[in-house]
Design a protein around this ligand. Sequence first.
Ligand code: GLN
Length: 547
Amino acid sequence: MSKYVFVTGGVSSSLGKGLTASSLGRLLKQRGLRITMCKLDPYINVDPGTMNPGEHGEVFVTDDGGETDLDLGHYERFIDESLNRNSNTTTGSIYSSVIAKERRGDYLGKTVQVIPHVTDEIKERIRRLNSEDVDVIIVEIGGTVGDIEIVPFVEAIRQFRSDVGRDNVCYVHLTLVPYLAPSGEQKTKPTQHSVTELRSRGIQPDVIVCRSDQPISEGLKRKISLLCDVPSQAVISAVDAPSIYEIPLAMHEEGLDRVVMETLRIPQENHEVDLSTWEQLVERVESLKKNVRIGIIGKYVNLPDAYLSIVEALRHAGFDHRAGITFDWIDAEMVPEQYGEEYLRQLDGIVIPGGFGERGIEGMITAAEIARREQIPLLGICLGMQVMVVESARNVAGLEKANSTEFDRLSPHPVIDLMAEQVDIADLGGTMRLGAYPAMLQPESIVAGLYGSEVVSERHRHRYEFNARYKNKIEESGLLCSGSSPDGRLVEFVERPDHPFFVGTQAHPEFKSRPDRPHPLFQGLITAALVRNNGREPQLLDLDAVH
Ligand code: GLN
């Protein structure tokens, strides 16, 4: 049977619960334990698919097409396991199944209540993850203890310990220890209040992780230990780290994995930790010698979390070349007025990311045009690829007013169009193509060279597709359709063979990048960006320099 770690947070949101949980996951994995993770989100949306990325951050897509919270991206990047739609549950999805059951009469005439019906449903979602193949399930509870919406979740995880046995559950609580400059002191009171709040719901934490900008002294740990009734070695100091990838090592030094294993009665002897691969990664992260400047031309640029996986994928590719990335967030609506040719030419590379809706589209098309003409490396992702196709159609193939029907339903040349009837779409999120789909790459193409394979699988999240009717015209304009669905009907990759790096994909490759296994397309972009950064003449991509 699997054991469970529940991670709650107090005092403030955005303390990094997801990263703490992910780091713990990686540490337990490095001890030879089999891990999976899950996030319980107390909001009412059934899933984050409908939420504005400018407010809530990106929607992370799993292989099976789950539209999930961005924390699942951290989980996958840290524990390097593919998660699925069951790895994220929201209040909305809990209530919709409770209400569906009530309508079906499953509750046999009982009054349906938060306790036990909603809490049972929550526990059922957690239990679903239990399997022969998993030793420890780490469950992060979104929100902050004390929130109205979180109460049923806290109650459910409280009950869970009696259900599965004391030694099979560990409660980790994350709090903030602020430093007050006038008194020159770190303050433990918010932590005490937060633990009191948790206890008032019946949960005594086993481990308290304290976020702070400076290390928590042993004396302060003893104080928290005394007041919150946890052993002093179970008070973990989590200091702000220069890179998120340093957190697992810092947490290990503090003994997080050890106390969690002790609580779960997992013998340490059989599970020596081997952190060598992660240490090598951190060594690379800490020894970046170069820097490239990458412009992200999108519409949600005020909240970089909206493009979190892209940011991380770029960083991963950078680590590989010992190159740091300077991000230049460019509001597509300000292209070209504020960010014209002169500005974009200063960039080493450009990403046009995914997105929905018309705002900023013309700016993205102009940026793609400038990147094509000025030989600036460009990676187009999903909407970004569609924009590259529209640009080539309009400006090279001479198809006036070419567009996606998402933005111009009456376009005389709908080079991107709804192709729903051609695709075998499950009834997930309406008409979206969601989740992993295979693609066949053209031999000798740039993308095949980058992937080192002619069959690849990437995750999707979009409605519109390259309109096959325009394939010949677009290819004549020099934009090669270098990858397609196995039946050949859907275009999955495009590229310009005569350009240092002008590659677009209908998929979202960013979701599959790992810190120690950067994604080939991002590696290609960064390699080309480094050449440009060196001030060398634009040249075709040297595949040998990529890996
Ligand atoms: N809006 C486009 C579509 O639905 C692109 C979506 C995306 O970039 N994820 O096809």
